[in-house]
Design a protein around this ligand. Structure first.
Ligand SMILES: CC(C)(COP(=O)(O)OP(=O)(O)OC[C@H]1O[C@@H](n2cnc3c(N)ncnc32)[C@H](O)[C@@H]1OP(=O)(O)O)[C@@H](O)C(=O)NCCC(=O)NCCS
Length: 146
């Protein structure tokens, strides 16, 4: 699939907000993406660009030597083709170049596809946050990749 993974830019903000609505029940609004991409110096955001259409993204905050993965999403029509894997792999590589030595994230206990993607990268469960998600009341697993 002829899709490039590149750093997110200001011109991607509207497309990211639209994509997030398709992928999450509690999507981020435009201003969150705007802050992350334009102002947050700790953040790295990558997009999957398919002939100019944004079909996936992934983000991380690098704080000292820790990488906190904030989000990853692929457009429903383009899942299971390895894009999530490519985004996560490049995100981890970039964060390591910025000094991240270990990585963490939260994921719903019910999100089996995401958990299995993270397990593929060596993330392991280190704890649980009860009723973490406001909309579903589901618990979140805290995963670490050391
Ligand atoms: C999680 C997500 C980003 C995966 O993206 P993707 O492009 O489909 O991922 P890939 O095609 O690279 O698949 C990666 C791995 O995920 C797992 N996976 C993907 N879809 C799966 C499914 N339906 N059931 C079980 N495992 C699945 C597999 O382990 C797969 O590895 P494999 O192909 O070697 O078996 C995508 O499902 C998504 O956008 N989900 C909605 C948003 C979301 O929940 N994000 C995570 C927030 S914490």
């Amino acid at each position: 699939m002829n899709c490039i993974i590149r750093l997110a830019e200001e011109r991607d903000i509207d497309a990211l907000a639209t994509l997030d609505k398709l992928c999450f029940t509690l999507p981020w609004d435009r201003s969150s993406f705007e802050f992350e991409i334009k102002e947050n110096l700790k953040a790295i955001y990558l997009v999957a660009d398919y002939n100019g259409k944004i079909i996936g993204y992934a983000g991380i905050w690098v704080i000292l030597d820790e990488g906190h993965i904030t989000n990853i999403a692929v457009h429903p029509d383009f899942r299971n083709r390895g894009l999530g894997t490519r985004l996560l792999s490049e995100l981890i590589e970039l964060s390591e170049r910025r000094g991240a030595k270990r990585h963490t994230l939260e994921v719903s206990v019910a999100n089996h596809s995401a958990i299995s993607l993270y397990n593929k990268f060596g993330f392991e469960t280190a704890g649980k946050r009860e009723k973490y998600y406001e909309d579903t009341n589901e618990d979140a697993l805290i995963l670490w990749r050391l």
